[in-house]
Design a protein around this ligand. Sequence first.
Ligand code: 5RP
Length: 286
Amino acid sequence: MLDKNEDLGMNNFFDNKSFFLRGTDHMGWGIKNRMSRIFNPKTGRTVMLAFDHGSVLDSIAGFDRLDLSVHPLIHIADSIMCTRGIVRTIVPPSTRKPVCLRFSAASTVLSELNNDVIFDIEDAIRLNASALGVTVALGDKYEAKTIQNLVHAADSGYKYDIPVIGITSISKQDSDAAYYAMVARVCAENGANIVKTYYTEKNFSKIINKCPVSVIVAGGKKMPEQKFLEFCYRAIDEGAAGIDVGRNVFQSLSPVAMIKAVSSIVHDNLLPEDAFQLYRELSNLS
Ligand code: 5RP
């Protein structure tokens, strides 16, 4: 028998507020849980350490000996972006960091970019992937193929509640906000839960506003540390939910200090000059 005075918490329901990331309220539990591993629920943002370059580009500085360069950085990043070959050979299986798997295998800079195929979802499950990254190339000869890849990835992703990242192709690097906004929107409309794109000096907010899911920004070519921290600050301040960074960390004089400085902007809202000071202190330059 229930004691009438016993407080069973009736009418005191856990307040399951709307989920903290854009466009996810009506997604399944598994997608939300995986996205909570990629994005810090306290800030809604992520520092994604990218080392997937070797699948498309020729050898680039800092990426030849990933076995040496990646390990000191993984535990500082919130998430990692890499191919299945690098997961299996370089990333320690004991890592607790979410793997955002490059799920489309690209044709390389030696031929035509974007003639891509995608992997089998079962392999992503075996690797315990937290997200599937697929390249989309609007306006390219292989546009239809890359959209098909995204659609297939999203179909598999929804089946197993693994979120999909729509990745803006590098073939249109010099494009403007209107183009990137269109790619972001097309990715989201076709099922992407996250979009990875490029920051634009002008009208970046157009990309953010037109896209109903979280947008993260690729770091791009190496710049001086202070300049890159200013770049991160502007992208976050103007609405990006994270930075996907490779070269500006791996090619820095002090990669550990650099990723910590990027993180201080993304999660602690440090001003770029304060983040640069932090970089200098951590790399013993002050
Ligand atoms: C490589 C990529 C990278 O993941 C992305 O560009 C981020 O790396 P970087 O900061 O070096 O630009 O898509 O093809």
